[in-house]
Design a protein around this ligand. Structure first.
Ligand code: NAD
Ligand code: UDX
Length: 457
């Protein structure tokens, strides 16, 4: 099938590459010429395991191309996926300006019938706004071209995006019940047929339910994490080990093991903004979602937990102190720094007068970029950051190590070397990577999340 993907970011590029891999003829559009240039020069603008190979293979086979040419992109695809960003507006609602601009571009050039797919995460009711934008453009140029807007939210996780896309646990598609909707449904069915070969993974529903499903999923997962973080903080007080508790409750199939890891807060481009946007949608209808308000507040507090533990341990005196941070990306296997907990910790340490050495296996360049934005009001603090060349290099003369992201490379360090390089053997572990009893045996002062019962402090 002939497919256009509008927006060549994490979701658009993965969607385009995977649909090309399945034999479709894919046109990827982006307004960011620098991204398109990287792709056309054989590079890849993001770090996502397995993606580079798929893009290269399909480019060589002529099944995927990258361009900034809007008119050509509209002409190409019978199915037009909108996969542009929906960042939070000032009030927390999803900013739809990129989605509606993409819709208008389609309306300006389309001829014949197009299926327009909302792949971006968009609030309930957005398909109607996309339809209205398309219709306005068609009316303006007296075109009789026809379309159907479909909701097909994306559930991939960064760092496992290709695997998630290729082996989805569900495909959610919302179509309306008009004749155009029926036509769109049969085209979407054909497009996704390869995923449904062994068993049906597609959930067909109305458009609004599909839009809602995406927010419901992210809000549910964020809720689990914030709930576990609250329990972990309580566990520290009552003398229980949150890891034992996690196993104990996760074995109940009604609860399950996934997304029960306490830590230093959730980040990324989805949970923080989607929780906020759902709260905002509710407010538009005069409702106050009490649980989600709390989920967000707990997460904001949890992102400060490492900084607070460090401040407490050093009697609020961080001037002249030096710390190492392992892990800057919001999770492993990505270079994405959006809403990363490391940014909160770094801010807290630097603004308290400490200096910091940071290390991340892939997001060092992205970190430099975002830290310049974070400290635009105090650029002198940027001089207090050293970008280390390895995990061990980051440790030299540090008063403590803080771990923010659970990269595999951090899981089995040479503890003798670690102890020798640190000024004193102190670890603040925001992802509970290590066994506190082993840390005790090694003579390392260890501060995990919800595990203080197992450490001598
Ligand atoms: P991104 O910022 O990585 O990419 C968006 C791209 O769209 C950018 O390259 C931008 O230049 C481009 N763009 C903006 N306006 C455009 C236009 N009019 N025409 C063509 N290109 C345009 O964003 P992302 O992380 O891929 O997220 C995209 C959407 O998917 C968001 O709604 C997000 O919530 C949702 N989503 C993201 C993830 C994820 O893990 N990142 C997962 C599921 C859903
Ligand atoms: C999330 C959803 O999982 C995915 O389905 C959706 O399409 C996009 O948003 P992503 O943001 O890529 O994916 O990463 P995810 O693995 O969900 O992690 C999000 C954040 O939660 C990370 O900061 C991670 O460290 C944190 N997390 C995750 C926890 O703190 N504890 C957990 O148990 C799981």
């Amino acid at each position: 099938m002939k497919i256009t993907i509008i927006g060549t970011g994490y979701v658009g590029l993965v969607t385009g590459a995977c649909l090309a891999e399945l034999g479709n003829d894919v046109f990827c559009l982006d307004v960011d010429k620098s991204k398109i240039d990287i792709l056309n020069n054989g590079g890849i603008p993001i770090h996502e395991p397995g993606l580079e190979e798929i893009v290269a293979r399909n480019r060589a086979a002529g099944r995927i191309r990258f361009s900034t040419d809007i008119e050509a992109s509209v002409a190409h695809g019978d199915v037009q996926f909108i996969a542009v960003g929906t960042p939070p507006d000032e009030d927390g609602s999803a900013d739809l300006k990129y989605v509606l601009a993409a819709a208008r571009n389609i309306g300006q050039y389309m001829t014949g019938f197009k299926v327009v797919v909302d792949k971006s995460t968009v609030p309930v009711g957005t398909a109607d706004r996309v339809s209205a934008a398309l219709r306005e453009e068609l009316t303006a140029r007296q075109s009789h071209a026809d379309f159907s807007v479909v909701s097909n939210p994306e559930f991939l996780k960064e760092g496992a995006a290709v695997e998630d896309f290729m082996r989805p646990d569900r495909i959610v598609i919302g179509c309306d019940s008009s004749a155009q909707g029926d036509k769109a449904r049969s085209m979407m069915k054909k497009l996704y047929a390869p995923f449904n070969r062994n068993h049906e993974r597609t959930f067909w529903m109305d458009v609004r339910s599909a839009e809602f499903t995406k927010y419901a999923a992210n809000a549910m997962l964020a809720t689990r994490i914030s709930f576990m973080n609250e329990l972990a903080n309580l566990a520290d007080h009552v003398g229980a080990d949150i890891e034992a508790v996690r196993h104990g409750i996760g074995s109940d199939p009604r609860i399950g093991h996934s997304f029960l890891y306490a830590g230093c807060g959730y980040g990324g481009s989805c949970f923080p903004k989607d929780v906020q946007a759902l709260e905002r949608t509710a407010q538009d209808y005069g409702l106050n979602l009490l649980i989600l308000n709390a989920v967000e507040a707990v997460n904001a507090r949890q992102k400060q937990i490492l900084g607070n533990k460090i401040l407490k341990r050093f009697d609020n005196k961080l001037v002249g102190k030096h710390f190492a941070i392992w892990g800057l990306a919001f999770k492993p296997n990505t270079d994405d720094m959006r809403a990363a907990s490391s940014r909160v910790l770094l801010g807290e340490l630097l603004r308290s007068g400490a200096t910091v050495a940071v290390y991340d296996p892939v997001s060092m360049a992205e970190a430099r970029r975002v830290f310049e934005l974070d400290f635009y009001d105090a650029p002198e603090l940027l001089d207090a950051i050293r970008y280390a060349s390895s995990p061990m290099d980051a440790l030299d003369q540090a008063d403590a190590l803080a771990i923010v992201t659970e990269w595999k490379a951090f899981r089995s360090p040479d503890f003798d070397q670690l102890k020798a390089r640190l000024k004193q053997p102190v670890i603040f572990d925001g992802r509970n990577l290590f066994d506190p009893t082993v840390m005790n045996e090694l003579g390392i002062e260890y501060h995990g999340i919800g595990r203080s019962v197992l450490t001598h402090q």
